[in-house]
Write a protein that binds this ligand. Structure first.
Ligand code: CO
Length: 155
C-alpha cells in the first residue's frame, strides 16, 4: 500500500470515529481493598462519593467518586476468578481502563466494529448505575482497555 493510500485510509477511519471519543466519563482503577482505597480517594484527596454498588455481571464492587463532571471508578474484585481479580493477580492494583461516554452505545459499537476494532462486547451489558457499557480489546488499541459507556440518564 502506498503512503498516499495509507493516509487516505487513516483519514476515512478518523472521520468515522469522530464523535466517539469526545468525553471521558471515568478512569477505572483496580484495587484490592475498597475501604483502604476510600481512605486515599475520599478522605485524603477529599473527593465526594457519588455511588457505590456491587455489579455482579462484572464481578466487582465499584465506587464512583466525583472529579469535576467526570469520575474515578474504584473496582474491587468479588473473587479471584473475575476479570479484575485476574488483572490484579497478573499486574497488581492500578490503572485498569479509560471510559468514554457516548449518547448511543449501539450505534457506537457498530461504528467501532466497522472501523475494524476488536470488541470484547458486541452487545452492551449493564454497568454501574444501570448504565450500558461495552469494552474494546486492549490489544486493538495500544494496550489500554477502553470502556464505552452510555449513562442511564443524561448527566
Ligand atoms: Co468503568
Amino acid at each position: 500500500m502506498s503512503a498516499e493510500r495509507r493516509k487516505q485510509g487513516a483519514g476515512v477511519a478518523a472521520a468515522r470515529l469522530r464523535g466517539v471519543f469526545d468525553r471521558i466519563d471515568h478512569v477505572g482503577v483496580a484495587v484490592e481493598d475498597l475501604d483502604a482505597s476510600l481512605d486515599l480517594y475520599r478522605d485524603l484527596f477529599e473527593l465526594d462519593v457519588a455511588h457505590r454498588e456491587i455489579v455482579e455481571q462484572q464481578g466487582v464492587e465499584a465506587v464512583l467518586l466525583d472529579v469535576g463532571e467526570n469520575h474515578v471508578e474504584l473496582l474491587a474484585p468479588l473473587g479471584a476468578d473475575t476479570p479484575v481479580g485476574k488483572f490484579i493477580a497478573n499486574r497488581g492494583p492500578g490503572l485498569h481502563h479509560v471510559a468514554y461516554q457516548v449518547d448511543d452505545i449501539d450505534s457506537t459499537l457498530a461504528t467501532l466494529d466497522q472501523a475494524g476494532l476488536r470488541l470484547i462486547d458486541r452487545q452492551p451489558r449493564t454497568g454501574i448505575g444501570s448504565s450500558r457499557v461495552a469494552f474494546v480489546h486492549p490489544k486493538a488499541v495500544g494496550g489500554v482497555l477502553i470502556e464505552i459507556v452510555q449513562p442511564a440518564e443524561a448527566h
